[in-house]
Design a protein around this ligand. Structure first.
Ligand SMILES: O=c1ccn([C@@H]2O[C@H](COP(=O)(O)OP(=O)(O)O[C@H]3O[C@H](CO)[C@@H](O)[C@H](O)[C@H]3O)[C@@H](O)[C@H]2O)c(=O)[nH]1
Length: 483
């Protein structure tokens, strides 16, 4: 490796919502002259195909997946595990520490830095042992990460361990966010003092905080105050916001987000259907790559979609190996025939980025995963929020309270919405009297997001500054951040 062409080990966390943004970021690094080795386990290798075919210089390091009693044989990606699978996956991947160290030590010209997902804090220790730097890639926004870091550092406890509604305040974070216990990170909620996997996860978060720097898939105009706060909180300014990180060739129907998983309806058919709809008339409904609705939630949602009379696309994940198939993800048998012509059901995987960009889309009913949030914003589409876990409650607050580009629809992974209320909200989202205001704000954010990633924009500059930093040419200074 030379300083002009630094060599970096990229280690993504095996969940769709984590891998895709880091792989897109990796593409940008390659474009900027960074040599890359990327670490995955065998079953995740196909997800790299689009990246590798675009960037043949990338080397892969394919490591056997360590076994774990609660991860079924053959499963190597969180998308095939139930929601709490994040925890066991984090713990399990920690078993790769020694093999990675050995690989580095035996490599004739090993990487000079590690960029790994925010769930792979143990890689900081590897970097420390090797005398190199580890950077966190945050697939969450800066508000959500500020809350998570505060939790794992302070370890606040409930006064009454049975009170799910006890409020947790974060007065040091701008706008003093507060959440009831049940809305805190589920990984934090399930922490048990002294339990090896809980303690390992806490150490991972503390290692994230201690890492050399953080690269965020966010943009300054969206989260300025939180990025600023984090720099002060971390005590250094090695915080780069390079988002929204988009898939290369945004307009490519066969692009990364579409090819990584199969879909029951072709992207071209979906686009042809949207072409026939009026501008801003369709509600797109999707809850990311992880969440699968219970049958009761799906029933109320489908009744609401039917009653509302709105046009819609429903991306519905089927129950995967981790879910009881009779209780999850079943679309009522009457539904598709009843709404034929007015609604489209896409099973498993919808080409979300393409759908959101279509002018027929008027609103997005989303669980507020950070990627969905950014994809909606870059498309200028206002949202209806139904946060279910992880960082999603913080993201929903950011969208509803701070940027006013969304309205609340429902809250909670187990909550069953009332179909009458939801049906009103669905029609309000495309026909209500505040629609224009929300659309205007969404289109303003879209403009700043797009300008930010263009030459001269803040995210563009931060990407350049980060690459320079990797080359050892510059350390980012406050004035580069425009604060
Ligand atoms: O039918 C689908 C479903 C999902 N996607 C894509 O999959 C990604 C989903 O990511 P996200 O919206 O972030 O949701 P999750 O998959 O749930 O992501 C997990 O990871 C995110 C990043 O850390 C967190 O913000 C979320 O809370 C967490 O659940 C997005 O790029 C979507 O475009 C599709 O293209 N088609």
């Amino acid at each position: 490796m030379s300083e002009n062409h630094p060599h970096v080990l990229i280690f993504p966390y095996p969940a769709q919502g984590h891998m895709l943004p880091l792989l897109n970021f990796t593409h940008q690094l390659v474009n900027n002259g960074v040599a890359i080795t990327i670490l995955v386990t065998p079953k995740n290798l196909p997800i790299l195909d689009p990246l590798l075919s675009r960037n043949p210089s990338i080397k892969t390091l394919v490591w056997p997946f360590p076994s774990h009693p609660s991860i079924p044989a053959g499963v190597e990606n969180v998308k095939d595990l139930p929601a709490n699978g994040f925890r066991s996956m984090m713990y399990n991947l920690g078993k790769l520490r020694d093999p990675i160290l050995e690989w580095f030590r035996n490599h004739p010209s090993p990487p000079s830095a590690i960029i790994s997902d925010m769930f792979l804090g143990f890689t900081h220790e590897i970097a420390t042992q090797l005398g190199i730097r580890r950077y966190v890639f945050s697939t969450s926004g800066a508000l959500a990460l500020s809350v998570v870091y505060s939790l794992w550092r302070e370890m606040p406890k409930r006064k009454d361990p049975n009170d799910e509604n006890e409020t947790f305040h974060f007065p040091n974070i701008p706008n003093s966010p507060k959440f009831p216990f049940w809305q805190l990170s589920p990984i934090y909620q399930s922490y048990v003092e002294g339990d090896p996997s809980s303690e390992f996860i806490r150490e991972c978060y503390l290692a994230d905080i201690a890492s050399h720097g953080i690269v965020f898939n966010t943009f300054m105009e969206l989260e300025n105050v939180y990025l600023d706060y984090l720099m002060k909180d971390l005590g250094h300014n090695r915080v780069w916001s390079v988002g929204p990180v988009l898939p290369p060739g945004e307009d490519d129907v066969s692009g990364q987000s579409n090819r990584a998983c199969s879909s029951s309806v072709l992207a071209s058919e979906i686009l042809a259907w949207l072409d026939k709809c009026e501008d801003h008339s369709v509600v797109y409904v999707c809850f990311g790559s992880q969440a699968v609705l219970t049958n009761k939630q799906m029933e109320e949602l489908t009744i609401a979609l039917d009653k509302s009379g709105v046009k819609f696309i429903l991306s519905a994940k089927r129950a995967t190996k981790g879910y009881a198939s009779n209780d999850y993800g079943v679309i009522p048998s009457w539904f598709e025939e009843k709404v034929a012509g007015r609604g489209l059901v896409v099973r498993d995987w919808a080409p979300q980025v393409l759908i959101l960009k279509h002018q027929a889309i008027g609103a997005f009913l989303t669980h507020c995963g950070w990627n969905s949030t950014l994809e909606s914003l870059i498309a200028g589409v206002p949202m209806l929020t139904w946060p279910m876990g992880a960082d999603q409650f913080a993201n929903a607050n950011l969208l509803v309270d701070e940027h006013e580009v969304a309205i609340r629809a429902c809250e909670g992974a187990q909550t069953v919405p009332n179909s009458d209320e939801l049906s009103k909200l669905l029609s309000e989202a495309v026909q209500g009297n505040k629609v224009e205001e929300r659309r205007l704000r969404a289109s303003e954010i879209r403009k700043v997001a797009i300008n930010g990633i263009k030459e001269g924009g803040n995210s563009f500059k931060d990407l350049a500054a980060f690459v320079k930093h990797l080359r050892g040419e510059a350390t980012k200074s406050k004035c580069e951040t425009n604060f």
